[in-house]
Design a protein around this ligand. Structure first.
Ligand code: ZN
Length: 145
């Protein structure tokens, strides 16, 4: 199975059945993200406890890539330290924007497949930018432009 098939399969799966697609009632952090280019709108919720993301969820609506990327992000980072989230954000961002040739390992590697569709890159980075801003105390909704 080549990366493009895997990419299709994972995106379709996570769009059809997004993981952690719910609202947290009392999150320590909550932030909205908006990609005007495509109309994707997400809210990211997280529960931080002693530098660890003990819970991570999202709600909203958007294209398959934005929803799948958010779903993969919550799956990868739930229960992980903030430092891991920051490192993965940099990896995903740099590989999608072409700063870096290498990308994240494992299932997240499929996100680099979005590079083949330049107009969709902001769809894929939306949830990540939103989480990163929330982790750094941002309160203004994140816009990809
Ligand atoms: Zn989109």
């Amino acid at each position: 199975m080549d990366l493009r098939d895997l990419y299709q399969e994972v995106i379709v799966d996570h769009n059809r059945d997004p993981r952690n697609f719910r609202r947290l009632e009392q999150p320590t952090h909550k932030l909205e993200g908006f990609n005007p280019l495509c109309g994707d709108r997400l809210t990211v919720y997280l529960q931080l406890d002693g530098g660890v993301i003990t819970d991570l969820a999202f709600e909203g609506s958007g294209c398959a890539i934005s929803v799948a990327s958010a779903s993969l992000m919550t799956e990868a980072l739930k229960g992980k330290p903030v430092t891991t989230a920051e490192a993965l954000f940099t990896q995903v961002h740099d590989s999608l924007t072409g700063v870096s040739e290498s990308g994240p390992d494992g299932k997240l590697a499929v996100l680099t497949g979005v590079r083949a569709y330049p107009s969709r890159i902001k769809c894929a980075t939306l949830a990540w930018h939103t989480l990163n801003s929330a982790l750094h105390g941002g309160h203004e909704p994140v816009k990809t432009e």
